[in-house]
Structures are given as C-alpha cells and as structure tokens.
Write a new protein. Structure first.
Length: 116
C-alpha cells in the first residue's frame, strides 16, 4: 500500500519538515547535475564502507571529509523514484513527528537518527 495521507493534523506549520524536503531535493538536483561524474560525487559524499575500512582508500580522505560523509549520505538518493518515495513519506508523516517533538531539536534528532 502507498499512503496517500494521514488522519492526524499537524499542530503547527512543519517548518523543519519542509526544510528537510527542500534540502533533499536541492542535493538531488546537484547530484543529478554531475552527469558522468555522478559516481565520484556519491563516492565522496555517500557512505562508502571502503572509505573507512580499507586503509589504502581511507588515506585519500581527511578526518573532516570522513565525518562530513556521515552526515551528507542521508541526503543522497539513488534515483528520482527513490527521492519521490522518501519525500512523499516525509511529507505525510514528518509533520506528525515534528508536532510530537519540538521543532527546535528536529533537525538534530533526525540527523542523529540517520547516523544511529
């Protein structure tokens, strides 16, 4: 089943939810604009295990780049349908999460959830 909507109204405007959707779409557009260099883009900004466990590959990345990839991978998508499915679910259910929790820590909590 594909969810079309939920029955729980948001208590306020889901600002963090809309921000996360906008960032995901923007990153996808940048990723799509890479053309033939898309694989390199994913390798640099995606979560590629070899970057962390193969010393010959890990030496090409600084500690900052390794840590940044732990955050940036959450905004990469494998294609248009992957993006649309994720953003549709976020649009439908994200406002409920944001209403249940405060907007102030929303981005931090969601990023921590993506890492852990």
């Amino acid at each position: 089943m594909i969810p079309l909507r939920d029955d729980i109204p948001a208590r306020s405007t889901p600002v963090v939810n809309h921000l996360l959707i906008a960032v995901n779409v923007a990153v996808f557009l940048v990723q799509a604009a890479q053309g033939p260099h898309a694989d390199r883009f994913v390798y640099v900004y995606g979560l590629v295990p070899a970057r962390y466990f193969v010393p010959q590959i890990a030496e090409y990345f600084s500690t900052g780049q390794q840590l940044f990839a732990m955050l940036s991978f959450m905004f990469l998508h494998g294609g248009l349908w992957h993006l649309l499915g994720n953003m549709w679910s976020l649009y439908i259910f994200g406002d409920n999460v944001e209403s249940a929790k405060s907007s102030a820590g929303g981005v931090g909590r969601r990023c921590a959830g993506g890492i852990g």
